[in-house]
Ligand binder design. Sequence first.
Ligand SMILES: [Zn+2]
Length: 117
Amino acid sequence: MRLSEKQQIFTRNIAKLINKATELEIGLTFGHAWRSLEEQKRLKAEGKSQTLKSKHLDRLAVDFNFFINGKLVYDFHKIKVLGDYWENLHPDNVWGGDFNKNDKKDGFVDTPHFQMS
Ligand SMILES: [Zn+2]
């Protein structure tokens, strides 16, 4: 599959995710979507990212801020319902809240992050 086709599937699935959040009364605002390599290098140096091969560089990841009852929330347990929904939309979808799955036990949990691998 061409990268462009994959990016379009990803973007369509993000639309579904946004609609699901609305249905669950979880307000969303965008954080990072596309990111340059320079920006990624800076985030890694600051310990805010674990990799230089982020899916943000490929337009296959988006970070969200979550609002529940008007309050900004990043709590894993409150957002897990969206993470589960995301991972059921496509077999390549990964939620950053689940980064510790698949034997990655480095303690890094990235609740705002939704990607297609
Ligand atoms: Zn991210």
